[in-house]
Each structure stands twice: as C-alpha cells, then as structure tokens.
Design a protein around this ligand. Sequence first.
Ligand SMILES: NC(=O)c1ccc[n+]([C@@H]2O[C@H](COP(=O)([O-])OP(=O)(O)OC[C@H]3O[C@@H](n4cnc5c(N)ncnc54)[C@H](OP(=O)(O)O)[C@@H]3O)[C@@H](O)[C@H]2O)c1
Length: 227
Amino acid sequence: MKTIVIVGGSKGIGKAIVGNMVDSQKVINLSRSAPEYTHANLTHYNVDILSDDLPEITAMDALVYCPGSINLKPFARLSLEDFREDYEINVIGAVKAMQKYLDVLKKADRPSILLFSTVASKLGMPYHASIAAAKSGVEGLVKSLGAELAPNIRINAIAPTVTDTQLASKLLRNDKMIENIKERHPLKNFLNPKEVAEMAEFLLSEKASSISGQIFEMDYGIVTFKI
Ligand SMILES: NC(=O)c1ccc[n+]([C@@H]2O[C@H](COP(=O)([O-])OP(=O)(O)OC[C@H]3O[C@@H](n4cnc5c(N)ncnc54)[C@H](OP(=O)(O)O)[C@@H]3O)[C@@H](O)[C@H]2O)c1
C-alpha cells in the first residue's frame, strides 16, 4: 500500500482525492479542519500550512498540495497585501511542504508531487491579476523542479477551470450564475471535484511514469477553443 500525503484533503478537490484513494492507499491529511469522515487508512493532522510546523512523516510515495485562493478584484483594488497573501498560500505553502518532505519522498519507489494551478494562468481574464501571478509561480515551480528532481521525483500540476467547491461558491451562487459559467465554456459545463480527483489519481500513479513538469488544463475548452 502506498502512502499519499495531502495538504488540504478536508474539503473540495482534496477531499475528492482522499475519497478516491483512501480505500486502497494510506492517506495522511494536513489541514486546519478535520475531514468529515474517518477511515482506517486515513490519518489527519491539524495544520495551518502557513504558520505551523509540519509533522514528521517517515515514509511517503506522493505529496499533493491543494490550498489555493480565488480573490477576484479590479487591479486598482488589489492591495499589495492581496498579492502577498495569494503568493503565500499558493506558492510558499507548497514550497514549505515540498522542502519539508523532499528527503522522505526521495526514498520512495517512483515518488511524485502534484500541485494546482488554474486556467487563469494561461487565459487572460479581467480581475485575475493576483491569482494569475501566484499560479504562474506554481507553474514555474513545476517546470523548474521537474528538471531538478528528475529522474527521481515526478512533479505535475492540474490547472482546473471553475470547480464546484466551497472555494468557488461565490461564482456559483445561483442558477443564473451557474448557467452563465456553463455557457462561457465551449464544452458547456464546469468541473466537479470528482473528475479532478480522477486526473490527480492518474498523475500520481505509475501509469503516468512518463509525465513530469507538465501542467494539465482541465478546462471544458475555455483555454483551448475559440468557438
Ligand atoms: N474551485 C475552483 O473553481 C478552482 C479553480 C481553479 C483552480 N483551483 C485550485 O484548485 C485547488 C483546490 O481548490 P478547491 O476548490 O478544492 O479549494 P477548497 O475547497 O478551498 O479546499 C482547499 C483545501 O485546502 C485546505 N487549506 C486551505 N488553507 C489551508 C491552510 N492555510 N493550511 C492547511 N490547509 C489549508 C482546506 O482545508 P481547511 O479549510 O480545513 O484548512 C481545504 O481542505 C486550489 O489550489 C485552487 O486554487 C480551484
């Protein structure tokens, strides 16, 4: 049985990843609140990634970092503090987790890391300056560390479009907003956490042995097509 360490497995996409993997893998979750359910294969540590010391974990095969932000404002209203906060939770938190566990990961057989970007890194959209800047930092990490950690550790990112989680709840407040979001996507839908979790599971598995340093758009066409 492999051991997956996930930062942010209590909610959203992370929760779906835990749900997909916990029957067959050992899952260690780090988040500020506990997952809603318990399972013999699930261990939880109450951790704020930005302020707490991370627990010692002696063996792991994969590391997943889920915390992120959606802080959409006109550029003039984005404070420097907004930019710093987005960078902290999206980039520095991931760096902290990776630096803490890199030596342990290196000891595993074919280990891998998975981070999260967003479609807004590739697709220019108004009001996304801060999150686009932070997630471009995540994508830079994936490229640079992909090279630096090869051939031992693979690292990839998923760049989702709108996904039905608590983080995106302001964008999906009512039926009209939901219809608008669907309509903006060439494939006329947006993501549910489960379908992102399926991609995560694939990228962490040995089926993805040939893949490192890649950013996977899960975009219902919004980055890829102009129809
Ligand atoms: N949802 C979308 O539409 C969307 C779109 C594009 C990209 N993404 C990206 O996809 C990733 C996952 O998004 P999501 O929608 O699943 O987010 P989410 O629903 O907010 O879940 C985030 C997870 O991270 C944990 N977390 C947040 N801050 C933390 C901290 N300081 N320390 C420890 N754990 C922390 C949360 O748990 P606790 O609150 O218990 O700590 C939760 O388990 C993010 O990187 C996001 O930027 C999401």
